[in-house]
Design a protein around this ligand. Structure first.
Ligand code: ZN
Length: 671
């Protein structure tokens, strides 16, 4: 896990746009006049003038001034000379670093008591920790016109334009600044969007299935009386947990899967949602109270009404950004276009190797594959470690946070960093005893330290805590390199969380080696084989669910007046189509709807593909680092900063984002 200060950063990553919106108060005539004035003034690039002026016009609201004032503003604030522009850029960067850094410092201090193990909490601590001093920054920057100056001179680039910047680091840095002020969404519109979101979150958070009251095909209860499963996560995990448990396990899996299908089809009786008052047989879809069958009504459409509400809310935002939620999610937030995402996922889903993995799984199970076997979990190798012995070692080595902090240079040396680099990095990381399970909280300006929060019991750090601490340490190293050692502050960071998670996992995997336990370090061929099979199957599953969601969001934008009933019909149709195209050839069964079961799709629309990319990116980076001079490569790669994901991967590994390395390893190791 990784934590960052969310103020500017979030705003600049999340919100941006392209075309003139219908809510702007500046007419095309005024835009033309402002552009013509600037072009006749100097010989500067007309294209970039137009870009900047249009962006300012889109952001300009009535309270910012009249059209004449808008034209005068553009004339007075456009910087034509490249040297002046660069000098101004560097000044803005310094100011932004100071602002972000100090807001981060405030957040660190305001949340310190609740995050660190500092003793008993008072209600006042929680109130201060909930206070976000950065809430009004954006409004302030429009009011004082700084946002307009930035938009005018450093306009936003499209994803395609960014992809073409290559190694022009200054242009990249300008583009990152240009991503900061790109849309001004009125508070009431934002509130509508977050209300739809909250409503969906509440709906999902209370969507429990009382497994103790689920009946199997024979009408018998088979789960522990008090077992409650949150849809879909816990239901999926219960399916995973019942592999290798014989007929009884298979019975449980089938029963849960029947319940899932009823949720997707919305045939689930309302009485069976979040309640143990009745017994429910999902095979026959009948409900019993004290053993007698009772009538109840099906849920109907609620799930799809919630999704539709999210879509409607997104549309109201579209009016201010001039693009769609699909664009904002893919091209702007993730910075991988919908088209590229689709190509990558579809290519992977058609890989012939998956059929062979399916056969291996069916062999291991000794039966034909069922649809829920997309969650087959039997490749995970059970750890043969003596955890108690490891805990003895870690608690002796790390009795408290200070001991871990002192040891950081030594850990980095063992990973291959020079003494000088090890000290340099460790000096910029502070270790705190965490109240919870811990996290890595990065710095936002040079001179500030990253924080490694780790749980340390009185008896010293246990092995589990140590294993997590090494993971967080990986995050901190990334955070430090990508802040202190990038050429431009505006480029600090990584393209998205998958890139920092990758380094964290690479560190974490070396945890035993760092304790000097080379012999137990599981690198056997069997483990490698099981590992790659597991990864290939997990990516297969998440690629399908991502694709289903993308398909029906495209359909929604093509059918903006759709009803919840039509949406339901479409989601089910799309889920079956994706299944029949990519899964039926492997599973040998058709028309399954399981790919539509994810709860994320209601709560956080279009987020699923980020998981698919996370898996691809981590694998690709791990494979690249494997066998290379680890420290040198990490030191080089994480200075690249916040390029687009594809450019980052190209410059880091020489290869574009691709699932091909995973398939290659699958062929070489397991098939
Ligand atoms: Zn993490």
């Amino acid at each position: 896990m990784k934590k960052v200060f969310i103020g500017f950063i979030l705003i600049l990553v999340m919100i941006s746009c392209a075309e003139q919106s219908k809510n702007a108060v500046i007419t095309q005539q005024a835009i033309d006049k402002a552009v013509a004035g600037l072009v006749s003034d100097g010989q500067s690039d007309k294209q970039s003038i137009e870009k900047g002026v249009k962006q300012v016009a889109r952001l300009w609201q009535a309270q910012d001034g009249s059209e004449d004032e808008f034209i005068r503003f553009c004339a007075e604030n456009y910087i034509a000379l490249p040297d002046e522009k660069q000098a101004v850029f560097l000044k803005i960067s310094d100011y932004m670093e100071a602002i972000s850094g100090h807001f981060n410092e405030m957040s660190l201090q305001l949340q310190r008591q609740v995050e660190e193990a500092t003793g008993e909490l008072h209600r006042i601590d929680e109130m201060f920790s909930a206070y976000n001093p950065g809430t009004h920054i954006n409004d302030d920057f429009y009011e004082n016109k700084l946002a307009f100056i930035i938009a005018l001179n450093f306009p936003q680039l499209s994803l395609a334009e960014k992809e073409n910047l290559g190694n022009d680091r200054l242009a990249w840095a300008y583009a990152r600044l240009g991503g900061m002020f790109t849309a001004r969404i009125p508070a009431n519109v934002q509130q509508t969007a977050s209300a739809a979101n909250n409503e969906a979150e509440v709906y999902i958070s209370q969507y429990n299935i009382y497994a103790g009251h689920l009946l199997n095909r024979e009408g018998k209860t088979i789960f522990p009386e008090d077992m409650v499963l949150l849809a879909h996560w816990n239901m999926r995990d219960e399916i995973k947990a019942n592999y290798n448990k014989g007929e009884a396990g298979f019975d449980k899996q089938q029963t849960i899967y029947e319940a899932m299908k009823r949720i997707i089809a919305q045939e689930i009786p309302t009485a069976a949602i979040n309640s143990g008052a009745v017994d429910w047989n999902p095979f026959t879809n009948t409900v019993y109270q004290s053993g007698n069958e009772v009538n109840t009504s099906p849920e109907g459409l609620v799930r799809y009404e919630k999704i539709l509400k999210q879509f409607k809310a997104a549309q109201t935002v579209d009016a201010y950004t001039g693009n769609t939620y699909i664009d904002r999610n893919f091209s702007e937030s993730m910075e991988i276009s919908l088209e590229d995402t689709e190509i990558l996922l579809r290519n992977y889903l058609t890989a012939p190797e998956l059929k062979e993995v399916g056969k291996i799984i069916a062999d291991r199970l000794g039966r034909n594959l069922e649809a829920f076997d997309i969650w087959y979990d039997g490749f995970k190798t059970r750890s043969r470690l003596d955890e108690q012995k490891l805990t003895e070692q870690t608690s002796r080595l790390y009795p408290d946070a200070a001991a871990f902090e002192r040891q950081m240079p030594a850990i980095l040396r063992k990973l291959g960093f020079s003494a000088e680099r090890a000290t340099y990095l460790a000096d910029r990381i502070e270790v705190d005893a965490a109240r919870g399970s811990g996290h890595a909280w990065g710095a936002s300006m040079k001179g500030q330290k990253a924080h490694l929060r780790t749980r340390i019991p009185k008896e010293g750090m246990d092995y589990k805590g140590y294993n997590i601490a090494i993971h967080e340490f990986g995050h901190n190293v990334e955070q430090t390199l990508s802040l202190y050692d990038v050429d431009y502050y505006m480029m600090n960071g990584v393209p998205n969380t998958a890139f920092t998670e990758a380094l964290a996992f690479v560190f974490q995997q070396r945890d035993l080696a760092l304790l000097g336990i080379e012999t137990n370090y599981e690198t056997s061929a069997d483990k490698d084989k099981a590992d790659i099979l597991d990864k290939a199957w997990r990516l297969y599953e998440i690629s399908g669910v991502s694709l289903v969601e993308m398909e029906y969001w495209k359909w929604l934008y093509a059918h903006p007046d759709a009803t919840a009933a039509q949406l339901k019909e479409t989601v089910i149709r799309v889920a079956k189509e994706v299944w029949n195209t990519y899964y039926a050839p492997v599973f040998g069964i058709r028309d399954e709807t399981v790919l539509a079961v994810y709860s994320h799709t209601v709560e956080y629309p279009l987020y699923l593909s980020a998981y698919a990319f996370g898996q691809i990116i981590e694998f690709q980076l791990e494979e690249y680092l494997n066998g290379k001079d680890f420290a040198t490569e990490v030191d080089r790669i994480f200075r690249l900063g916040r390029l687009t994901p594809n450019q980052w991967m190209l410059q880091a590994t020489g290869q574009p984002l691709s699932a091909e390395p995973l398939l290659e390893k699958l062929r070489a190791t397991a098939l």
